[in-house]
Write a protein that binds this ligand. Structure first.
Ligand SMILES: C[S@@+](CC[C@H](N)C(=O)[O-])C[C@H]1O[C@@H](n2cnc3c(N)ncnc32)[C@H](O)[C@@H]1O
Length: 259
């Protein structure tokens, strides 16, 4: 008879058991960077090249403000991952109607500022209306272009991009500008619907991205993956910093896997 049969493990005490469960859940939520895949370094798996998706037109803006979005997408998890403090300078690129910009503006307070960047002026008109209705006055709408979010260099503490990166028609040019806009110690928070499983099957395939697709474009552009969270119901969340001294590819220089 083996030891394991002779001495079965004593049942864990309830407190220890719940502590162990809490640690296990935390470990799953903040997915570690598996060394075997090379996640976080530039050896990430090389996916099939992707084509940028069509830009979501302002005609669909109501979907961004739909009832039930808070429950379905848990924006509070995104805000927590941003590690915001009052007075910060933040940019949301692809802000749409400002669903996130307004929430961020409320956290930053009167001394903070949110640059809400979009390429569709009509989206920004809606954003201004919603912000005025909610009394959020620290949002600065910015009309960007396909290659330039028009952000001041070296000045932005956090850049948020939710469901927009896959729509960038010129992703390398945008990544180079994003790198330049970051203040020292700045972070980029990227949220994209999952392509790997059915958790985002309600979203068109070309509006979803896999972890490999994201890393194959961001790591060669000089970004370092600080953290990946899988605690949102249907989206990946990445936190990136720009490696100081790294040279972001300029126009015409494509990282592998990029369209
Ligand atoms: C699917 S919506 C997401 C809006 C917002 N992030 C949200 O989650 O509610 C994508 C938005 O990104 C904008 N967009 C697409 N390409 C862009 C670019 N290169 N620069 C800035 N905005 C862009 C679109 O105009 C659209 O308003």
């Amino acid at each position: 008879m083996g030891d394991s049969e002779t001495f079965p493990a004593p049942p864990a005490r309830p407190f220890l058991r719940s502590l162990a469960t809490a640690f296990a859940l935390l470990a799953v939520a903040c997915a570690p960077l598996p060394a075997a895949r090379g996640e976080g370094d530039s050896q990430a798996a090389k996916p099939e090249p992707r084509k940028p998706a069509n830009v979501m037109g302002f005609e669909g803006a109501a979907w961004l403000e739909r009832e039930g979005r808070d429950e379905a997408e848990k924006p509070e998890v995104v805000l927590a991952a941003m590690e915001l403090s009052p007075g910060m300078t933040v940019a949301e690129i692809g802000a749409g109607t400002g669903y996130f910009s307004r929430k961020i503006g409320k956290v930053l307070g009167p001394k903070g500022k949110v640059y809400a960047v979009d390429i569709q002026p009509k989206m920004l008109d809606l954003l201004k209306e919603y912000a005025a209705k909610e009394g959020v006055s620290n949002i600065v709408p910015v009309v960007g272009t396909e290659t330039d979010p028009k952000l001041p260099e070296g000045s932005v503490d956090r850049i948020l991009m939710v469901d927009v990166y896959h729509e960038f028609q010129k992703p390398q040019e945008m990544l180079a500008r994003i790198a330049r806009a970051l203040a020292p110690g700045g972070r980029v928070i990227l949220v994209e619907y999952r392509a790997e499983d059915d958790s985002a099957k309600h979203i068109l395939a070309d509006h979803r991205m896999s972890v490999d697709q994201v890393l194959a474009e961001w790591l060669p552009a000089g970004f370092q993956l600080l953290r990946r969270q899988e605690s949102l119901p249907s989206q990946h969340l990445f936190v990136f910093a720009f490696r100081r001294g790294a040279r972001a590819p300029g126009a015409g220089e494509k990282p592998p896997g990029a369209p």
